[in-house]
Design a protein around this ligand. Sequence first.
Ligand code: G3H
Ligand code: ZN
Length: 286
Amino acid sequence: MPLTTTGELVTRARAARTAVAAFNIVTLEHLEAVVTGAESVRAPVVLQVSENAVRFRGGRVLPLARAAATAAGQAAVPVALHLDHVRGDALLRQAADAGFSSVMYDASHLPYEENLAATRAAVDRAHAQGLWIEAELGEIGGKDGTPPRDAHAPGARTDPAEARAFVEHSGVDALAVAVGSVHAMTTRTASLDHDLLGRLGTALDVPLVLHGSSGVPDEELRAAVAGGIAKVNVGTALNQALTGAIRQYLDAHPDAVDARAYLDAGRGAMARTVERILTGVGLTPA
Ligand code: G3H
Ligand code: ZN
């Protein structure tokens, strides 16, 4: 199936009052697992590469991006490529040429006016390349290994009136909202502020994005999708599955040498996680 765009998948999901799942990929095994998992439940999916993952790959975006574009083009389900949590202009400038149809520009650590100005400039650069762009307002904690900020602390959540002005003045195509989820959680125990999500949905006319979804239980995710979340970002759950399966394999086979054996176990565990999330949250076709 030809590579599709994030904008197309999100627009279609939103119109059907559902969401598209976006999974963070770091290695070729992540990429293969996401495509395999999505194909097995016939769900469209977004493959996203974060600026952190690019840094991990020595600052080179093309090897993973080219592999993702190739895998997406050969997939039996619609797949789009998204660049995630970008802070640097250099990476933003490479996005379209590398095959990404969309980017999440993250200046949410800055005070409101500075976030708005930086995002406004990023929107201009992204739109000039034909990219769909998502930004963040409020701060969804737990990024870059920083201790998760208390998602319930005053000021940590997205304010609907501020969000409305931010969307209007920045021109973003989608907004990541802080409604109680936190990045990098390894337990699925987060509870979301559904009342706030409802008010954000009323105040804004762009799709809403949930980050830190690994820590959110299925029933909370289902309620968030019903409440207007149109893109569900998942990263840590895949790394948990990969690391857990490799650890288990190596514990059982202490003399193992061939990387394919344990990577195969890890890739299989990630594919099952993708299937579990897509079916558990109801992101599969009716
Ligand atoms: O942008 C990526 C997501 O927000 C991933 O968050 O690793 O907590 O699932 P997570
Ligand atoms: Zn995120």
